[in-house]
Design a protein around this ligand. Sequence first.
Ligand SMILES: Nc1ncnc2c1ncn2[C@@H]1O[C@H](COP(=O)(O)OP(=O)(O)OP(=O)(O)O)[C@@H](O)[C@H]1O
Ligand SMILES: [Mg+2]
Length: 369
Amino acid sequence: MTEVLHSPPTLLALNILASTTEAVIAINSTNHIVLLNPAAQTLTGLSLRQAIDQPITTIFKGQKGLLYLIHTAMSEGRSISDRETIQLSRPHAPELPISATASPLFTDNGHQEGVILILHDASNLRQLEQDVQRVDRLAMLGTLAAGLAHEIKNPLGGVKGAAQLLAMELTGRQDLLEYTAVMIKETDRINEIIDELMDLSTPRPQALNDVNLSKVITDIVLLQKQSPDATDTRFILQLDPTIPPIIGDQTLLTRLFLNIIKNAAEATTTDGKITISTRIDTEHHLTRPGQGPTPFVVIKITDNGCGISKSVLKNIFTPFYTTKNFGSGLGLAISQKIVSDHDGLLHLESIQGQGTCCTIHLPFKRDKK
Ligand SMILES: Nc1ncnc2c1ncn2[C@@H]1O[C@H](COP(=O)(O)OP(=O)(O)OP(=O)(O)O)[C@@H](O)[C@H]1O
Ligand SMILES: [Mg+2]
């Protein structure tokens, strides 16, 4: 090790290490850290002073996955990676999902003198993987639900018809007519839920047109201001007027924003504040084969409501999952479906007790099918 890591590295090697966005950590044969490039300092949250010459068992205390990779590369002289399971603990920051590779470090004469550890922030990738899994699961559930819904709708029609006939027979019997009214009302409610479920399995938006997002959002806010859930809520609109219309299904997009804004209003109590902003995303583009890159419009709906605990957050996109007395638990599942049918992304972040932020990315142009 001494030969490689204690001899003055060339200027080029130093520049490469300083410039790369990959976090590189070198460990000597006695398992002490001897090099930590700037990207590694940023990723781990450790300064050179804290890390250099420290044993890895101190620096990566309790991080079994990382220590296993280093140990295997050191003892078996082979590279080993884990791209899926490692969470990096950091001194003053939340845990970070990372992908890590440990490779043996050889000197010119072929002696193994330590290990090079390369770490990479995998948070975006893991988020994307989770989104894809969620959409797949929803699509499957949607198909299942559509089949089931079809089977339920016919007998339900029969029940409602019978209740209506019974009501006709009971003319004048107000006490009994109350029961038939409940039967009819409740069958209507089941029907509505089934219709919503069937929406989950509708393959694609049907009516694609130019949609003025600012208008859709302003109309919903006007309506929502009248609702009892929002009497104490201030709405702040920061809508970029230069955003051109996007191509989408106006009815579905209205439903999407209504679901999200309704959730925000239901989460706030006194001194509620809901901020809705739109902007063009200049960093990301959607690329399809044979087409130029399409920019996204980003819509953020932020509330200062009750927020969502981590255990609830895991389930909020599952159909029928609700924490409300009168919720059907389909709002977010349907919203997720609408966004993915528009080739967009929906992401929800929340801190319990502080509020929630829902971010939606929608591409401007789509093929009119
Ligand atoms: N902005 C928010 N603030 C706090 N909790 C939220 C927010 N948005 C969603 N949730 C949580 O996610 C759950 C699921 O939301 P979803 O919209 O799917 O169903 P729901 O609102 O309960 O019922 P529905 O929308 O069908 O009337 C909610 O019950 C609530 O616990
Ligand atoms: Mg809802």
